[in-house]
Write a protein that binds this ligand. Structure first.
Ligand SMILES: Nc1ncnc2c1ncn2[C@@H]1O[C@H](COP(=O)(O)OP(=O)(O)O)[C@@H](O)[C@H]1O
Ligand SMILES: [Mg+2]
Length: 510
């Protein structure tokens, strides 16, 4: 179906067209050139009316309505179209931009369903459906799961725009393939996810497995308290780590410093007293979180399952230590698996996981902050760089992209970006992604819940999609206070009525 014609000055990557109907931003069109069919994406769309061009007052405006209606040529629909490449190549996943710009007069066509399906609904294995094209709704959009495990994924959007829904969907799809997913669940969003093979784990920390700095963080010793940290380092000996009675042994070591008459140790006695208090307090306060007898935390993670690590009970610092610990261990395990498989080592290597793992970090701005270093950030950055060699993929989720470390963010090979209004956030996303998608990024403010821009290696082409809603996700929906109040009110009335009934019955009985 003919939609219009290329006009004005064309470039190899960009044309302007006049069309018979207004085109939607994000809509795909075909340009039929001598060298082959070219696929374009509508980046801007304008409508103007000749009758309204020089209108100066209310009455003129009202009269113009009639003139505009009668005159068939009144409306001008202009579209700015970005050229994505030759259709035939795009269907094979390659973008080849024409050397010669489309000549003005080239016809703009509506793509057929088959043409678009060839690009967006790849039938190759490893591609799974996550939604439909937003402007060509009958076309399924599939993504390449291999690419997010090998080259990572960023999911960025304001709160309530559908990040966790997409995480659930991707997770569900990986689950269908019996893949292993680990979600660090900071807000207890996923523990009720109703999908097969889910494994919910209350994340705990085994203090024996930490180093002194990490222990200092989970005990919440102040950042600047250098002497206290020194005391802890001295007391946290190999013996303590290996002792059956972890806390008791640690306390004994601190007692030794407190009671020592050594001149050097006497100088730090006050801090040692403080550490005594901290350790005592921690055993009470963090009873459910710090467990020296839990064994290896990694042993709770199951291969071929969706592992939801509930870290919602942990403080920010503790969560950071826990995330770092898990990331470090999982990376090590994947490395060992790869070394063992390639037979590069003479020693016997044991490892837990035989197949690739996809790790999802929610609230990434907390764990991978832009402005300071954390141990979780160190390990995330390492996995972002090295993970692909060992089959360890990262999914980074945040509602504050501006506060996420740009170095890590730019290592994400694919992105799903939903509605974002803040300019700082948009700028950060533009820096982290390739320049070709800038135009799409300018659309971010106008998206609705569940609409997403997909860019990067998991799609053949940047695209605007509506993501499928995951019905199995029970939590996370906005709570309606008004309906809860109404229900509470109704319940109260029912309660009153039933007691009245009882009273009357009692009276009758008497
Ligand atoms: N693709 C979608 N289609 C329809 N509704 C959606 C979609 N994604 C999310 N929602 C709705 O929006 C709400 C918030 O989504 P959620 O994924 O929790 O957002 P976020 O994690 O970005 O805060 C959900 O309760 C869900 O009902
Ligand atoms: Mg969420």
């Amino acid at each position: 179906m003919s939609l219009g014609y290329v006009i004005g000055e064309s470039k190899p990557t960009f044309v302007t067209a006049l069309t018979s109907r207004p085109l939607s931003v994000g809509e795909y069109i075909i340009m039929d050139t001598d060298d082959g069919k070219i696929l374009g994406l509508v980046e801007k769309s304008k409508v103007s009316s000749a009758a309204f061009t020089d209108v100066k007052n209310f009455d003129e405006a009202r009269e113009s309505i009639e003139i505009a209606e009668i005159n068939k040529r009144d409306k001008t629909f202009t579209a700015n179209i970005g050229i994505l490449g030759f259709l035939e190549n795009l269907q094979k996943g390659q973008s080849i931009i024409p050397a010669i710009p489309p000549i003005p007069g080239t016809e703009i066509l509506q793509p057929t369903k088959e043409e678009l399906k060839g690009i967006f609904s790849s039938a190759e294995p490893g591609w799974v459906k996550i939604g439909n094209l937003l402007r060509n709704k009958t076309i399924d959009v599939k993504v390449n799961l291999d690419k997010i495990v090998s080259r990572h994924l960023g999911i960025l959007a304001m709160t309530g725009m559908g990040k966790s829904n997409l995480v659930s969907l991707v997770t569900k799809q990986i689950g269908n393939l019996k893949g292993t997913v680990i979600i660090f669940d900071y807000h207890n969003d996923y523990t009720t996810l109703n999908i097969p093979r889910i494994n919910v784990i209350d994340a705990k920390i085994n203090p024996r497995l930490l180093d002194a700095d990490q222990l200092s963080e989970v005990l919440e010793i102040r950042d600047g308290a250098n002497v206290q940290q020194r005391v802890l380092r001295m007391a946290f000996t190999k013996n303590v780590k290996e002792s059956k009675e972890f806390w008791k042994k640690l306390e004994t070591e601190v007692d030794f410093i407190v009671n020592s008459e050594d001149k050097k140790l006497k100088e730090i006695r006050t801090s040692a007293y403080r550490i005594q208090d901290i350790i005592e307090e921690a055993q009470r306060r963090f009873e459910d979180i710090l467990d020296p007898d839990m064994g290896d935390p990694i042993s709770f993670i199951k291969e071929g399952r969706t592992n939801v690590l509930n870290i919602s009970e942990l403080s920010e610092k503790q969560a950071n230590v826990a995330v770092a610990f898990y990331l470090q261990q999982i990376l090590k395990d994947r490395k060992d698996a790869s070394i063992a498989r390639h037979g590069r080592s003479k020693r016997e290597i044991t490892y837990r996981f035989n197949s690739p793992i996809f790790v999802i970090i929610e609230e990434a701005h907390v764990f991978i902050p832009k402005d300071h270093d954390t141990s979780a950030k160190y390990w995330t950055a390492k996995i972002a760089r090295e993970g692909r060699k060992f089959g360890l993929g990262l999914g980074i989720v945040s509602q504050r992209p501006r506060s996420v470390d740009l170095n890590v963010l730019s290592q994400m090979g694919s992105f799903a970006i939903m509605k974002i209004i803040q300019e700082d956030d948009q700028r950060q996303i533009a820096s982290a992604t390739e320049s070709t998608s800038r135009e799409l990024i300018s659309q971010l403010t106008s998206l609705n819940v569940g609409d997403a821009i997909l860019i990067g290696q998991w799609t053949n082409l940047p695209s605007l999609v509506h993501v499928d809603e995951v019905k199995e996700k029970i939590m996370g929906a906005d709570q309606s206070a008004v309906s809860a109040w109404t229900n509470a009110d109704k319940m109260a009335e029912v309660a009153i009525e039933s007691t009245q009934g009882l009273v009357q019955k009692d009276l009758l009985l008497d």
